[in-house]
Ligand binder design. Structure first.
Ligand SMILES: [Mg+2]
Length: 174
């Protein structure tokens, strides 16, 4: 355990903020940790009555690539991860689900950032109007689990939350 001596927010953005922290370790050494503070994300694995999975494709500027991913988004202030999952699913795909179950939660990169991701399985789906935000140009499509697994094995699907969600779902089905 380390004791916090000082914390200063050095950058605020709509998605995260960056803080500069000085800590004291048990031996009395001062350590600096610059970290990304984040309220968490929610991830949805929508599975229809035929067992197909809904993915969304979008351009991800940080990695300069179009990626197929599970629908996901930030947990807003005052929301639970499940409430955020229902909102994000409706916004990005128009789908509403009447059966929800938590699959797995994980820290994608705990070395420098706080974000925790929670993946939910969403079943018994009904279609409705999608309302993505202006900066989301999403393509929504359904795929078989076999196709998704093959794309993961070939390195074509390489988004972490999608890979982890997929393996957690396959494990559950066994
Ligand atoms: Mg999103």
């Amino acid at each position: 355990m380390k004791k916090l001596i000082s914390r200063k927010v050095i950058l605020k953005t709509p998605i995260f903020q960056v803080s500069d922290n000085w800590l004291l370790d048990p031996e009395g050494h001062k350590i600096r940790r610059i970290l990304v503070e984040h309220g968490g994300s929610t991830v949805v694995m929508p599975v229809d009555s035929e067992g197909r999975i809904c993915l969304v494709r979008q351009y991800r500027y940080p990695v300069r690539a179009y990626l197929w991913e599970l629908p996901a988004g930030m947990v807003d202030t005052g929301e639970t991860p499940l409430q955020a999952a229902k909102r994000e699913l409706a916004e990005e795909t128009g789908l509403r689900a009447s059966k929800w179950r938590k699959l797995i939660e994980f820290f994608p990169s705990p070395g420098f950032q706080q974000e925790k991701m929670t993946v939910f399985l969403a079943q018994e789906l009904k279609p409705g109007p999608a309302r993505p935000t202006d900066d989301e140009h999403l393509v929504v499509k359904w795929f078989t689990p076999d196709w998704i697994r093959r794309q993961i094995e070939r390195g074509k699907i390489c988004d972490a939350k999608t890979i982890i969600g997929m393996y957690a779902y396959e494990h559950l089905r066994k």
